[in-house]
Design a protein around this ligand. Structure first.
Ligand SMILES: [Zn+2]
Length: 319
């Protein structure tokens, strides 16, 4: 991670930064970290003689807190990045910077651009403007249109190991207990949880999901009532998807404990043991629950209403 930041400091220092990059690989946190460092180095008011940003000037602080007016980040609107989003982006890129001498846009999940969005972007990449930079995130460069692939330089970010991720989350202000759980989630989910992290909110959210999970594991029809009363208030599609990720982690711990394999470092092991003490679920039920949760994720991704999808999970788990 550090080495890649230095690579970009050097490029900027030597005036060799190109206009389009694609950050490939699974390590979302490092992509975020390196783009933030790149943004710092582009506008730092107090760089050292080899081009390293100071990290404390007004620009560096704003870059760290994602508060720069001349930097934007685009995410898919639902399933895809729409052509309107790219048109608006191009319009934004064509205006002069407000507080810096550059503009930079990050396009996350760039593979979700449909061909018309990608083509709208292409005209920009073909005729880059001085001081304007694009950074695309995607897992695999081959997911992009070949014409885009050939106009961006790729930098690969292989998946960070769990302890690196835990350290990164703690550094951004997450409690250690939560950091350990986030590190087992997908990078995108974890990053969302980190970006508006409030320790008490996350604790409460995990608590209500724990309770929901215990009713699912026990095949208790009360799970349905929970969805209709407690859970429905915090059920956007995204929250439901993040919640399913967490339920999968709990279910994984349950599977490991029931089958007596590798019980070290399991998430919420104490809680899972309490669930078992109340009434031990059968291994078959827990395996089935795993499939049901995965199915629920697919339904949510296909835009089934979150309350419906979660109710279905609760009903099927109780049969
Ligand atoms: Zn600085």
């Amino acid at each position: 991670m550090g080495q890649l930041s230095h690579y970009f400091y050097e490029l900027i220092h030597q005036n060799r930064l190109v206009h389009g990059y694609v950050f490939t690989g699974d390590d979302y946190e490092s992509k975020e970290h390196v783009s933030t460092e790149l943004i710092k180095a582009l506008g730092c008011l107090n760089k050292d003689e080899v081009g390293h940003p100071c990290g404390v000037c007004e620009h560096c602080q704003k870059a760290q807190n994602h508060q720069l007016a001349d930097v934007v980040s685009i995410q898919p609107d639902g399933q895809s990045i729409r052509v309107n989003q790219i048109r608006e982006l191009k319009e934004w890129l064509s205006t002069s910077p407000i507080e810096s001498n550059f503009k930079l846009a990050i396009i996350e999940s760039a593979e979700t651009m449909n061909p018309s969005s990608a083509n709208a972007l292409l005209t920009f990449l073909e005729e880059p403007v001085e001081g304007v930079y694009l950074v695309l995130y995607t897992q695999d460069k081959s997911n992009l249109l070949p014409t885009i692939q050939s106009r961006v330089q790729s930098v690969h970010f292989p998946r960070a190991n769990v302890s690196e991720r835990v350290a990164y989350y703690i550094e951004t202000g997450v409690s250690e207990a939560h950091a350990r759980i986030f590190a087992k989630m997908s990078s995108e989910t974890a990053q969302r949880l980190v970006s508006d992290y409030e320790e008490a909110d996350v604790t409460n959210w995990f608590k209500s999901l724990n309770y929901f999970y215990s009713t699912l594991a026990h095949g208790n029809l009360h799970a349905v009532i929970l969805v209709q009363t407690q859970l429905k208030n915090s059920l956007s599609t995204q929250q439901a998807l993040d919640g399913m990720d967490y339920l999968l982690i709990l279910n994984h711990s349950m599977l490991r404990i029931l089958s007596n394999t590798e019980v070290e470092n399991l998430t919420q092991a104490y809680f899972i043991n309490e669930v078992i003490k109340t009434k031990q679920p059968s291994l078959a039920h827990i395996l089935e629950l795993n499939d049901l949760i995965l199915e629920t994720k697919q339904r949510l991704q296909a835009n089934v209403a979150p309350q419906l999808a979660t109710e279905r999970l609760a009903i099927l788990a109780s049969q």
